[in-house]
Write a protein that binds this ligand. Structure first.
Ligand code: FAD
Length: 375
């Protein structure tokens, strides 16, 4: 098998990108990101999105006709890993770029692409993903947030939860039920909802790690126009599957790999000389490189949807559970000077086996689509 990620690292593209990142990652972020006030951190992240666009690093794998760079997933993944190594900010435009843009390229109208893609790529409009609800996370088809037809559009009423970046979002890629009597999977529709209007209430959720990364969002008769319906009424499940396939791709995993590798190296520094832990550390170390190998495999399969879904489901389970094991061992054997680091990483890594589909759901996919087991 060709290791496309490695090839991408030898390319002129990767060398230019590494140089650009070295010169442009804000010093303040590199040195103080854990200690910044929220407002300053948000401003740096917004500014970073604009810098990425100006330098031609936004929408790397999106077609040129839609304002992207026309490169492949290979370059997108390589850039994600290089940016993580350079300790670049995690831009706020990420959900728009990774989820909304590819979804609109497949299912949007020409008018929607013209209206929404440029500000996503330029980093001037921030998006959130309104899929999960209190009773509909893994069972996404059970979405109950209602969209009622009114003149010129729909009125949205209901509740979404765990909505990342909702507090900063201008728009929401929202999955809602347009027909409560229609069969499952045929009753949903996808909307491009304006978050800055009356009837949208955002309640931040405080996480155990201290951050407020996501929120609960209430919609009380919020208007979306017919022009903001993606594809056709009733096609929301199909549209959502396109979104989720992009969400579970290798871009997120590539930056996580860098974080996991750094944690693994710290663990080796701390306990690498201890013969009682040699087997455990060797196993974790091997699996860290397996994550990178599986990213290469997913990239290699990017043009085969069925194989790509299989490879990325395995990848998600691999990296999320490995990171949890490494941080558990790290916290257990930490020296006093590293205690804060391991505490934060331990808590942060707990959510990794939940977002973008839990480990159990990924295992269901693996058992059915990779192993061919009966449902
Ligand atoms: C950090 C973070 C960010 C997130 N950001 C967003 C966001 O921006 N937008 C958004 O829409 N959502 C977001 N989510 C929500 C996420 O998608 C859901 O938490 C996830 O899909 C699980 O749904 P749930 O929380 O309702 O758990 P449930 O679906 O209630 O699951 C509870 C438990 O039951 C298990 N389970 C459920 N069904 C099955 C089954 N069929 N077989 C086996 N086991 C099963 C699950 O694996 C889990 O262990 C985020 C979550 C996290 C942690």
């Amino acid at each position: 098998m060709t290791h496309r990620t490695s090839a991408a690292f030898d390319s002129d593209f990767a060398q230019d990108a590494a140089r650009w990142l070295q010169d442009n990652v804000p010093q303040r972020w590199r040195e103080h990101r854990g200690a910044l006030e929220e407002q300053e951190a948000v401003e740096i992240r917004r500014q970073w999105d604009r810098q990425l666009f100006d330098a031609g690093y936004s929408g790397l794998s999106l077609p040129k006709e839609f304002g992207g760079q026309g490169l492949g997933l290979s370059e997108e993944v390589a850039f994600s890993e290089l940016a993580a190594r350079a300790q670049a900010p995690d831009g706020l435009a990420r959900i728009g770029r990774i989820l909304t843009a590819p979804t609109l390229i497949v299912h949007g109208t020409e008018q929607q692409r013209q209206r929404f893609l440029p500000p996503i790529l330029q980093g001037t409009e921030t998006w959130c993903q309104g899929f999960s609800e209190p009773g509909a996370g893994s069972d996404l088809a059970g979405v109950r947030c209602r969209a009622e037809k009114v003149a010129g559009g729909y009125e949205i009423s209901g509740r979404k939860i765990w909505t990342s970046f909702a507090a900063y979002a201008d728009r929401c890629l929202l999955l809602a039920c347009t027909d409560q009597n229609a069969p499952r999977h045929k009753n949903l529709s996808m909307f491009l909802l304006d978050m800055k209007q009356p009837g949208v209430t955002i309640s931040p959720i405080k996480q155990i790690s201290g951050g407020t990364h996501f929120a609960e969002v209430h919609f009380d008769r919020v208007f979306v126009s017919d022009d903001e319906l993606v594809d056709e009424e009733g096609s929301g499940w199909r549209v959502a599957m396109t979104t989720l396939m992009n969400e579970r791709g290798g871009v997120e995993a590539a930056s996580r790999y860098v974080e996991i590798r750094a944690d693994m190296n710290l663990l080796l520094d701390m306990c690498g000389d201890d013969p009682r832990r040699a087997d455990v550390l060797a196993d974790l170390d091997r699996r860290t490189e397996l994550v990178r190998w599986q990213i290469s495999k997913a990239v290699h399969l990017e043009n085969d949807d069925a194989e790509f879904v299989r490879a990325t489901s395995i990848l998600k389970v691999l990296w999320s559970e490995l990171w949890q094991e490494i941080t558990t061992v790290g916290l257990r054997h930490t020296t006093p000077s590293h205690r804060d680091h391991w505490r934060v990483q331990y808590l942060e890594s707990r959510s990794a086996s939940i977002f973008s589909g839990t480990s159990e759901i990924q295992r269901n996919i693996i058992s059915e689509r990779v192993l061919g087991l009966p449902r």
